[in-house]
Design a protein around this ligand. Structure first.
Ligand SMILES: NC(=O)c1ccc[n+]([C@@H]2O[C@H](COP(=O)([O-])OP(=O)(O)OC[C@H]3O[C@@H](n4cnc5c(N)ncnc54)[C@H](O)[C@@H]3O)[C@@H](O)[C@H]2O)c1
Length: 299
Protein backbone atom coordinates (compact mmCIF):
# COMPACT_ATOMS: atom_id res chain seq x y z
CA UNK A 1 0.00 0.00 0.00
CA UNK A 2 1.30 3.48 -0.84
CA UNK A 3 0.48 5.77 2.09
CA UNK A 4 -0.35 9.47 1.81
CA UNK A 5 -0.36 10.96 5.28
CA UNK A 6 -0.53 14.71 5.77
CA UNK A 7 -0.83 14.46 9.56
CA UNK A 8 0.86 17.46 11.17
CA UNK A 9 0.87 19.37 7.87
CA UNK A 10 -0.75 22.79 7.57
CA UNK A 11 -2.61 23.65 4.38
CA UNK A 12 -3.57 27.25 3.59
CA UNK A 13 -6.39 27.11 1.04
CA UNK A 14 -7.60 30.18 -0.86
CA UNK A 15 -10.65 30.31 -3.11
CA UNK A 16 -13.44 28.67 -1.12
CA UNK A 17 -16.44 30.80 -2.06
CA UNK A 18 -19.11 28.17 -1.50
CA UNK A 19 -19.48 24.41 -1.22
CA UNK A 20 -19.11 23.91 -4.98
CA UNK A 21 -15.75 25.66 -5.32
CA UNK A 22 -12.83 23.51 -6.46
CA UNK A 23 -11.11 24.77 -3.29
CA UNK A 24 -13.90 23.27 -1.14
CA UNK A 25 -13.24 19.83 -2.61
CA UNK A 26 -9.47 20.34 -2.37
CA UNK A 27 -9.76 21.33 1.30
CA UNK A 28 -11.87 18.24 2.01
CA UNK A 29 -9.42 15.92 0.26
CA UNK A 30 -6.40 17.43 2.05
CA UNK A 31 -8.21 17.07 5.39
CA UNK A 32 -9.12 13.48 4.52
CA UNK A 33 -5.39 12.85 3.99
CA UNK A 34 -4.71 14.22 7.48
CA UNK A 35 -3.85 17.90 6.90
CA UNK A 36 -4.94 20.78 9.12
CA UNK A 37 -6.96 23.15 6.93
CA UNK A 38 -6.89 26.93 7.19
CA UNK A 39 -9.04 28.94 4.77
CA UNK A 40 -8.28 32.38 3.35
CA UNK A 41 -11.68 33.52 2.10
CA UNK A 42 -12.68 36.58 0.07
CA UNK A 43 -13.86 39.12 2.70
CA UNK A 44 -17.39 39.26 1.30
CA UNK A 45 -17.70 35.43 1.15
CA UNK A 46 -16.65 34.68 4.74
CA UNK A 47 -20.17 34.67 6.20
CA UNK A 48 -21.45 32.49 3.36
CA UNK A 49 -18.67 29.95 3.92
CA UNK A 50 -19.19 30.03 7.70
CA UNK A 51 -22.87 29.28 7.17
CA UNK A 52 -22.13 26.40 4.81
CA UNK A 53 -19.79 24.90 7.42
CA UNK A 54 -22.40 25.03 10.19
CA UNK A 55 -25.74 24.78 8.36
CA UNK A 56 -28.09 21.91 9.24
CA UNK A 57 -29.60 21.82 5.74
CA UNK A 58 -29.35 18.21 4.53
CA UNK A 59 -27.63 19.12 1.26
CA UNK A 60 -25.06 21.30 3.09
CA UNK A 61 -24.41 18.55 5.64
CA UNK A 62 -23.93 16.03 2.81
CA UNK A 63 -21.51 18.37 1.03
CA UNK A 64 -19.38 18.58 4.19
CA UNK A 65 -19.04 14.79 4.50
CA UNK A 66 -15.69 13.14 3.90
CA UNK A 67 -15.51 9.56 2.60
CA UNK A 68 -14.78 8.31 6.16
CA UNK A 69 -18.04 9.87 7.46
CA UNK A 70 -16.35 12.78 9.24
CA UNK A 71 -17.03 16.40 8.27
CA UNK A 72 -15.03 19.12 6.57
CA UNK A 73 -13.74 21.21 9.50
CA UNK A 74 -11.24 23.94 8.63
CA UNK A 75 -9.61 24.89 11.93
CA UNK A 76 -9.66 28.61 11.13
CA UNK A 77 -10.83 31.06 8.48
CA UNK A 78 -9.29 34.39 7.62
CA UNK A 79 -10.70 37.19 5.51
CA UNK A 80 -8.29 37.73 2.61
CA UNK A 81 -8.52 39.90 -0.48
CA UNK A 82 -5.66 38.86 -2.76
CA UNK A 83 -5.78 42.26 -4.52
CA UNK A 84 -3.71 43.66 -1.67
CA UNK A 85 -0.12 42.70 -0.80
CA UNK A 86 -0.30 44.75 2.42
CA UNK A 87 -2.95 46.96 4.01
CA UNK A 88 -1.01 49.98 2.68
CA UNK A 89 -2.40 49.03 -0.76
CA UNK A 90 -6.04 49.38 0.37
CA UNK A 91 -7.70 52.59 -0.80
CA UNK A 92 -11.20 52.69 0.61
CA UNK A 93 -11.92 55.97 -1.17
CA UNK A 94 -11.29 54.36 -4.57
CA UNK A 95 -13.73 51.48 -3.98
CA UNK A 96 -17.23 51.41 -5.38
CA UNK A 97 -19.72 52.43 -2.66
CA UNK A 98 -21.16 48.92 -2.24
CA UNK A 99 -17.71 47.47 -1.58
CA UNK A 100 -16.53 50.34 0.62
CA UNK A 101 -19.52 49.91 2.94
CA UNK A 102 -18.33 46.41 3.77
CA UNK A 103 -14.57 46.94 3.71
CA UNK A 104 -14.78 49.97 6.00
CA UNK A 105 -16.09 47.65 8.74
CA UNK A 106 -13.25 45.13 8.67
CA UNK A 107 -10.76 45.78 11.45
CA UNK A 108 -8.37 42.89 10.80
CA UNK A 109 -5.49 42.70 8.28
CA UNK A 110 -7.02 41.07 5.19
CA UNK A 111 -4.02 41.56 2.88
CA UNK A 112 -1.98 38.67 1.47
CA UNK A 113 1.03 39.31 3.71
CA UNK A 114 -1.14 39.94 6.77
CA UNK A 115 -3.01 36.66 6.39
CA UNK A 116 0.01 34.56 5.42
CA UNK A 117 2.01 35.96 8.37
CA UNK A 118 -0.87 35.29 10.75
CA UNK A 119 -1.22 31.68 9.54
CA UNK A 120 2.51 31.01 9.45
CA UNK A 121 3.01 32.33 12.98
CA UNK A 122 -0.08 30.78 14.58
CA UNK A 123 0.43 27.34 13.02
CA UNK A 124 4.23 27.29 13.08
CA UNK A 125 4.66 27.04 9.30
CA UNK A 126 2.83 26.23 6.07
CA UNK A 127 3.30 22.96 4.16
CA UNK A 128 0.67 23.35 1.45
CA UNK A 129 -0.59 26.50 -0.28
CA UNK A 130 -3.56 26.33 -2.63
CA UNK A 131 -4.22 29.15 -5.12
CA UNK A 132 -7.78 28.77 -6.41
CA UNK A 133 -8.74 32.38 -7.11
CA UNK A 134 -9.84 34.11 -10.28
CA UNK A 135 -11.92 37.17 -11.11
CA UNK A 136 -12.64 39.50 -13.99
CA UNK A 137 -15.48 42.02 -13.78
CA UNK A 138 -15.80 41.79 -17.58
CA UNK A 139 -15.57 38.03 -17.90
CA UNK A 140 -18.64 37.99 -20.16
CA UNK A 141 -17.00 40.39 -22.64
CA UNK A 142 -14.72 38.96 -25.31
CA UNK A 143 -11.07 39.97 -24.98
CA UNK A 144 -11.33 42.42 -27.86
CA UNK A 145 -13.99 44.41 -25.96
CA UNK A 146 -12.35 44.19 -22.53
CA UNK A 147 -11.42 47.52 -20.94
CA UNK A 148 -7.86 48.23 -19.84
CA UNK A 149 -8.90 48.67 -16.20
CA UNK A 150 -10.82 45.36 -16.07
CA UNK A 151 -7.90 43.57 -17.75
CA UNK A 152 -5.42 44.93 -15.21
CA UNK A 153 -7.70 44.12 -12.28
CA UNK A 154 -8.18 40.56 -13.55
CA UNK A 155 -4.42 40.11 -13.90
CA UNK A 156 -3.84 41.44 -10.39
CA UNK A 157 -6.39 39.15 -8.74
CA UNK A 158 -6.06 36.05 -10.91
CA UNK A 159 -2.34 35.93 -11.77
CA UNK A 160 -0.19 38.31 -9.70
CA UNK A 161 -1.83 36.98 -6.54
CA UNK A 162 0.14 33.74 -6.95
CA UNK A 163 3.42 35.67 -6.92
CA UNK A 164 2.27 37.66 -3.91
CA UNK A 165 1.09 34.60 -1.95
CA UNK A 166 4.25 32.61 -2.67
CA UNK A 167 6.52 35.53 -1.75
CA UNK A 168 4.70 36.00 1.56
CA UNK A 169 4.66 32.26 2.28
CA UNK A 170 8.31 31.43 1.51
CA UNK A 171 9.56 32.12 5.07
CA UNK A 172 6.95 29.68 6.42
CA UNK A 173 7.26 27.05 3.66
CA UNK A 174 11.05 26.89 3.35
CA UNK A 175 12.74 23.58 4.13
CA UNK A 176 9.71 21.94 5.76
CA UNK A 177 10.11 18.25 6.59
CA UNK A 178 9.48 16.44 3.30
CA UNK A 179 9.27 19.75 1.44
CA UNK A 180 6.34 22.08 0.79
CA UNK A 181 3.96 22.37 -2.13
CA UNK A 182 2.05 25.14 -3.92
CA UNK A 183 -0.79 24.15 -6.25
CA UNK A 184 -2.83 26.54 -8.43
CA UNK A 185 -5.67 26.16 -10.88
CA UNK A 186 -5.47 27.01 -14.57
CA UNK A 187 -7.52 26.42 -17.71
CA UNK A 188 -6.79 25.29 -21.27
CA UNK A 189 -7.73 28.80 -22.51
CA UNK A 190 -4.19 29.83 -21.49
CA UNK A 191 -2.86 27.96 -24.52
CA UNK A 192 -5.76 27.68 -26.98
CA UNK A 193 -8.45 30.09 -28.07
CA UNK A 194 -11.65 29.69 -26.04
CA UNK A 195 -13.61 32.68 -27.33
CA UNK A 196 -16.20 32.89 -24.51
CA UNK A 197 -13.51 32.97 -21.79
CA UNK A 198 -13.40 36.75 -21.73
CA UNK A 199 -12.44 39.76 -19.63
CA UNK A 200 -8.74 38.97 -20.03
CA UNK A 201 -9.07 35.71 -18.12
CA UNK A 202 -7.25 33.65 -20.75
CA UNK A 203 -4.32 36.07 -20.56
CA UNK A 204 -4.40 35.76 -16.76
CA UNK A 205 -4.12 31.99 -17.04
CA UNK A 206 -1.24 32.29 -19.54
CA UNK A 207 0.54 34.59 -17.08
CA UNK A 208 -0.24 32.24 -14.19
CA UNK A 209 1.30 29.33 -16.09
CA UNK A 210 4.48 31.26 -16.86
CA UNK A 211 4.68 32.58 -13.30
CA UNK A 212 4.24 29.11 -11.80
CA UNK A 213 7.24 27.87 -13.76
CA UNK A 214 9.37 30.86 -12.77
CA UNK A 215 8.31 30.59 -9.13
CA UNK A 216 9.23 26.88 -9.18
CA UNK A 217 12.79 28.00 -9.93
CA UNK A 218 12.88 30.80 -7.35
CA UNK A 219 11.69 28.62 -4.46
CA UNK A 220 13.03 25.21 -5.53
CA UNK A 221 16.23 25.67 -3.54
CA UNK A 222 14.07 25.76 -0.39
CA UNK A 223 12.39 22.47 -1.33
CA UNK A 224 9.12 24.20 -2.23
CA UNK A 225 7.42 22.81 -5.33
CA UNK A 226 5.01 24.84 -7.50
CA UNK A 227 2.57 23.16 -9.87
CA UNK A 228 -0.73 23.94 -11.58
CA UNK A 229 -3.72 21.80 -12.41
CA UNK A 230 -5.42 22.61 -15.70
CA UNK A 231 -8.98 21.60 -14.91
CA UNK A 232 -11.68 20.75 -17.39
CA UNK A 233 -14.82 22.91 -17.37
CA UNK A 234 -16.95 22.52 -14.25
CA UNK A 235 -20.07 24.45 -13.19
CA UNK A 236 -18.79 26.43 -10.19
CA UNK A 237 -20.07 29.90 -9.32
CA UNK A 238 -17.19 31.56 -11.24
CA UNK A 239 -17.73 29.36 -14.29
CA UNK A 240 -21.47 30.07 -14.43
CA UNK A 241 -20.65 33.79 -14.40
CA UNK A 242 -18.67 33.31 -17.61
CA UNK A 243 -21.59 32.03 -19.58
CA UNK A 244 -25.20 31.19 -18.64
CA UNK A 245 -24.96 28.29 -21.12
CA UNK A 246 -21.99 26.82 -19.28
CA UNK A 247 -23.66 23.39 -19.18
CA UNK A 248 -23.49 23.29 -22.99
CA UNK A 249 -19.76 24.00 -22.84
CA UNK A 250 -19.29 21.21 -20.33
CA UNK A 251 -21.26 18.87 -22.61
CA UNK A 252 -19.13 19.90 -25.62
CA UNK A 253 -15.87 19.22 -23.74
CA UNK A 254 -17.24 15.90 -22.48
CA UNK A 255 -18.26 14.79 -25.96
CA UNK A 256 -14.84 15.71 -27.40
CA UNK A 257 -12.69 14.30 -24.58
CA UNK A 258 -11.00 10.92 -24.87
CA UNK A 259 -12.87 9.79 -21.74
CA UNK A 260 -16.24 11.05 -23.18
CA UNK A 261 -17.40 12.54 -19.88
CA UNK A 262 -17.08 15.72 -17.81
CA UNK A 263 -14.67 15.97 -14.90
CA UNK A 264 -15.76 15.71 -11.28
CA UNK A 265 -14.41 18.26 -8.76
CA UNK A 266 -13.21 15.35 -6.60
CA UNK A 267 -10.82 14.43 -9.44
CA UNK A 268 -9.18 17.86 -9.24
CA UNK A 269 -8.96 17.45 -5.46
CA UNK A 270 -7.36 14.00 -5.76
CA UNK A 271 -4.79 15.29 -8.25
CA UNK A 272 -4.01 18.10 -5.81
CA UNK A 273 -3.38 15.55 -3.04
CA UNK A 274 -1.00 13.73 -5.38
CA UNK A 275 0.90 16.94 -6.24
CA UNK A 276 1.26 17.80 -2.53
CA UNK A 277 2.35 14.29 -1.58
CA UNK A 278 5.77 12.61 -1.51
CA UNK A 279 4.66 10.74 -4.65
CA UNK A 280 5.30 14.00 -6.54
CA UNK A 281 8.54 14.89 -4.73
CA UNK A 282 10.43 15.51 -8.01
CA UNK A 283 7.50 17.19 -9.78
CA UNK A 284 7.66 20.99 -9.98
CA UNK A 285 6.91 23.71 -12.51
CA UNK A 286 4.38 21.42 -14.21
CA UNK A 287 0.86 21.74 -15.50
CA UNK A 288 -1.16 18.62 -14.81
CA UNK A 289 -4.24 18.33 -17.03
CA UNK A 290 -7.24 17.01 -15.13
CA UNK A 291 -9.66 17.35 -18.00
CA UNK A 292 -10.52 13.83 -19.20
CA UNK A 293 -7.85 14.41 -21.87
CA UNK A 294 -9.70 17.25 -23.64
CA UNK A 295 -6.50 19.30 -24.17
CA UNK A 296 -4.98 16.76 -26.57
CA UNK A 297 -7.82 16.98 -29.07
CA UNK A 298 -7.85 18.99 -32.28
CA UNK A 299 -11.62 19.50 -32.29
N1 LIG B 1 -14.79 25.98 -13.03
C1 LIG B 1 -14.06 25.75 -14.10
O1 LIG B 1 -14.56 25.35 -15.16
C2 LIG B 1 -12.57 25.96 -14.03
C3 LIG B 1 -11.75 25.32 -14.98
C4 LIG B 1 -10.37 25.51 -14.90
C5 LIG B 1 -9.83 26.30 -13.90
N2 LIG B 1 -10.66 26.91 -12.99
C6 LIG B 1 -10.04 27.73 -11.96
O2 LIG B 1 -10.30 27.18 -10.69
C7 LIG B 1 -10.14 28.21 -9.72
C8 LIG B 1 -11.32 28.18 -8.76
O3 LIG B 1 -12.50 28.51 -9.46
P1 LIG B 1 -13.88 27.76 -9.22
O4 LIG B 1 -14.31 27.26 -10.54
O5 LIG B 1 -13.77 26.85 -8.07
O6 LIG B 1 -14.86 28.98 -8.91
P2 LIG B 1 -15.24 29.70 -7.52
O7 LIG B 1 -16.05 30.89 -7.87
O8 LIG B 1 -15.84 28.75 -6.58
O9 LIG B 1 -13.80 30.13 -6.98
C9 LIG B 1 -13.18 31.36 -7.30
C10 LIG B 1 -12.81 31.99 -5.98
O10 LIG B 1 -12.04 33.17 -6.18
C11 LIG B 1 -12.35 34.01 -5.07
N3 LIG B 1 -11.91 35.39 -5.31
C12 LIG B 1 -12.25 36.21 -6.35
N4 LIG B 1 -11.66 37.40 -6.19
C13 LIG B 1 -10.93 37.34 -5.03
C14 LIG B 1 -10.12 38.27 -4.32
N5 LIG B 1 -9.91 39.51 -4.76
N6 LIG B 1 -9.54 37.86 -3.16
C15 LIG B 1 -9.75 36.61 -2.68
N7 LIG B 1 -10.51 35.68 -3.31
C16 LIG B 1 -11.10 36.06 -4.48
C17 LIG B 1 -13.87 33.90 -4.97
O11 LIG B 1 -14.34 34.35 -3.70
C18 LIG B 1 -14.05 32.40 -5.16
O12 LIG B 1 -14.02 31.74 -3.91
C19 LIG B 1 -9.99 29.52 -10.48
O13 LIG B 1 -8.62 29.84 -10.61
C20 LIG B 1 -10.57 29.15 -11.83
O14 LIG B 1 -10.08 29.97 -12.88
C21 LIG B 1 -12.01 26.75 -13.02
Amino acid sequence: MIPIDFSGKVALVTGVGDNKSFAWYIGKALQHAGATIVLAVHPRMLNIVENLLTSTDADDVARRKLPDGSEFRPVKMFRCDVSYDTMADVRLEAMPEAQRRHYAKYTEDYSVSGVVNAVGQEFGGIDILIHSVAFSREVTKPLIDTSRSAYHEAMSISAYSLVSLVRAAVPYMANRPGGASVVGLTYVAAERVVPHYGGGMATCKAALQSDAKQLAWFVGDKNIRVNLISAGPYASRAARAINPDFDKLIAHAAEHSPLRRPIEPEEVANATVYLCSPLASAVTGQILYVDCGYNIMGT
